[in-house]
Design a protein around this ligand. Structure first.
Ligand SMILES: [Fe+2]
Length: 305
């Protein structure tokens, strides 16, 4: 880093940034939008809302679907409570948003598109690192629908962070440094248990590292998001190692502010549906050695631009 650029990870500067945080909903977030076909109960001012009045086990009618598409873009994560549905019905709901990816045979549930994510004494939770699902793909998923099947009595919450709000909150000089910058995403050695798990699943495919823009533009809302994550982003392209590490560390730190996050407590019958293009998430691993079984379907996405 040259002398004219302040060290972005300077502790005092982090403090200043946190004082200046002023997350707010933008017009493009559907601020103030009203919904006629269901009730929306936000769980935080920025990100995450419960949807009440929609039965996911049944085909969603056209008016409800139109409004759900709006709510999905507005809130980035939709939560549904007290649902009773099979994996097949879960997949049918997700298919309203696009093609589904087949689950890896090792994790497959009742149909190809449904993956079982199971943890217990012999297989502790491993999703406790901030990540965007499969950002090491050239075209990472649009999103995922996750359903609670068996939960521990307490613990196992999931958090999501709003990467568009995190981008908005960056100091102007940092935003300028990010213009045109790209990052490498891969299954690295040093990003915790999720990498170990995913490497074992992806080992045979021999996935090469991929490059994505550090700031991606949402294909539907046009909003910019910070597109790096602690699990799979190894470095920034074209920067010396120390500068890459420092700037990447600063960007990842932004996603740690609770102001940008929502935390969801799962219950029997809970379903979460998130936009993987503009969020990162973290599965809290505080329930060992209890059993936790979730089923997930993944919607295919585009190459980030
Ligand atoms: Fe995930």
């Amino acid at each position: 880093m040259n002398a004219s650029q302040p060290a972005v990870t300077d502790r005092r500067r982090l403090h200043v940034v946190s004082q200046e945080l002023a997350p707010r909903r933008l017009e493009s977030d559907g601020a103030g939008r009203r919904y006629a076909t269901f009730e929306v109960r936000p769980l935080s001012p920025l990100i995450g809302a419960e949807i009440h009045g929609v039965d996911l086990a049944r085909p969603v009618d056209a008016d409800t679907l139109t409004e759900l598409r709006g709510a999905f873009l507005d809130w980035k994560v939709l939560f549904f409570r007290d649902q009773t549905l099979t994996g097949r019905q879960q997949a049918a709901f997700a298919r309203n948003w696009g093609e589904l990816q087949a689950a890896h045979p090792q994790r497959r549930a009742e149909i190809d598109e449904v993956a079982r994510l199971e943890h217990d004494r012999d297989n502790p939770g491993s999703e406790n690192v901030w990540h965007s699902d499969a950002s090491f793909y050239e075209a990472p998923p649009l999103g995922a629908v996750l359903r609670a099947v068996d939960l521990p009595p307490l613990g196992g919450d999931t958090l999501w962070a709003d990467t568009a709000a995190a981008y908005d909150g960056l100091p102007q000089d940092v935003k300028e440094r990010l213009e045109g910058l790209r990052a490498v995403h891969e299954l690295p050695a040093a990003s915790g248990s999720i990498a170990v798990l995913l490497r074992s699943i992806n080992a045979r495919s021999g996935r090469p590292p991929v490059e994505h823009p550090v700031v991606r533009t949402h294909p539907e809302t046009g909003r910019k998001s910070l597109y790096v994550n602690a699990a799979f982003t190894s470095h920034l392209v074209g920067l010396p190692d120390d500068e890459s590490e420092e700037l990447l560390g600063f960007l990842l730190h932004q996603l740690s502010y609770p102001e940008y996050q929502v935390r969801f407590r799962w219950e029997a019958g809970s379903v979460a549906f998130w936009d993987n293009r503009t969020t990162v998430h973290y599965g809290v691993n505080d329930y060992f050695p209890q059993h936790r079984l979730m089923e997930r379907v993944v919607i295919a996405g585009d190459r980030p631009e």
